[in-house]
Ligand binder design. Structure first.
Ligand SMILES: [Zn+2]
Ligand SMILES: [Zn+2]
Length: 352
């Protein structure tokens, strides 16, 4: 075991605070990583506050991790000390079920092991995430980070990036298609970048006029204000594919009605309340409504390599570790362009 420092929530009502703990020494298949940057995902806040009613405390959030390899176990062949690597939302899975064998570990039938608030399959310990100085992860769940990208701006690709890349790839979004991205936040801004890079005609839907300029800068060909009923009516039946990244309550039928015959709307934002879908929104044009969860390890590597080739990263605001509560408060107001990333060099060693 070795000593780590980090930030943890100790109860649902508690603010995140400095936390000292230990991590396992590398097992034969493990990679030990010094964490350089960690993105701030909305899930971190949900988990820290126990909003999904399954948090084990203390909870060290963080699943958008970029760092350097400092040590490797005896079986590790794919990584060596000094490599720039990433860790996303999963650190293990059963590796035997159909989904795992297909490289879709996020849909593991036994359940994947989360990077934090998960349970280690070997020793049963609760996993601690990336708001910390170091992490130890099995090599099969460690990703190579392209050397030409800003490593801080790569961190959000590990969750926000793959969450949008995967459905756009699965539904084969590309040239000749008109594609809608709903919501310009951490997920949506990556959706715009990927849909554009895949060659689609990209239309961003947003509620705020203040985001029109940014939407165009990020790669959208058009921006539609979703509160403008006339503008929405003009878009009816014109879309091959829509990626809905909105986590707040919203009128899903208004977007289903924008799909062409056989079009698909994929939900990646997760509103708390059920979405009421009118059957005729689907029936009349043989439309599909689907969901998608992050992405498997092979596709996450493919996404990082694609980003390296095309120079794609997230738009980030760097914060100090001790600014995390302010960052959460701003995230709740959607006041971030477009992802906070913690500079782990600001994590002070603590005796706490
Ligand atoms: Zn996330
Ligand atoms: Zn499995």
């Amino acid at each position: 075991m070795f000593a780590c420092t980090g930030y943890a929530a100790t109860a649902a009502e508690a603010r995140l605070a400095p936390f000292s703990f230990t991590r396992r020494d590398v097992r034969p298949d493990d990679v030990q990583i010094e964490i350089l940057y960690c993105g701030v995902c909305h899930s971190d806040l949900h988990q820290a506050r126990n909003e999904w009613h399954n948090t084990v405390y203390p909870c060290v959030p963080g699943h958008e991790i970029v760092g350097r390899v400092v040590e490797t176990g005896g079986n590790v062949t794919r990584f060596r000390a000094g490599d720039l690597v990433g860790v996303g939302c999963l650190v293990d899975s059963c590796r035997e079920c159909r989904n795992c064998r297909d490289g879709l570990e996020q849909y593991c039938e036994v359940g994947f092991v989360g990077t934090y608030n998960g349970r280690d399959r070997q020793d049963g310990s609760i996993t601690y995430g990336g708001y910390s100085s170091a992490v130890v992860v099995d090599q099969s769940f460690v990703l190579k980070v392209p050397g030409n990208l800003d490593p801080a701006a790569v961190a959000p690709l590990l969750c926000a990036g793959i969450t949008t890349y995967s459905p756009l790839r699965h539904w084969k979004v590309g040239p000749g298609q008109r594609v809608g991205i709903v919501g310009l936040g951490g997920l949506g801004h990556m959706g715009v970048k990927f849909a554009r890079a895949f060659g689609a005609e990209v239309v961003l839907f947003t509620t705020s006029a203040s985001k029109v300029e940014d939407g165009l800068r990020l790669g959208a060909h058009e921006v539609v204000l979703s509160r403008d009923a006339d503008a929405m009516a003009r878009e009816a039946g014109r879309f091959d594919f829509i990626l809905d990244a909105v986590a707040a309550d919203h009128d899903i039928n208004a977007y289903l009605n924008l799909l062409k015959r056989d079009g698909t709307l994929v939900q990646v934002g997760a509103p708390e309340e059920k979405l009421p879908i009118a059957a005729f929104s689907l029936i009349l044009k043989r439309r599909s409504f689907a969901g998608s969860l992050i992405g498997g390890i092979p596709e996450t590597q493919e996404m990082l390599d694609f980003c390296g080739t095309h120079g794609i990263t997230a738009d980030i605001e760097m914060i100090r570790m001790d600014e995390i509560e302010d960052a959460y408060a701003r995230m709740l107001r959607s006041d971030v362009k477009y992802r906070f990333v913690i500079d782990m060099a600001t994590l002070q060693p603590t005796a706490g």
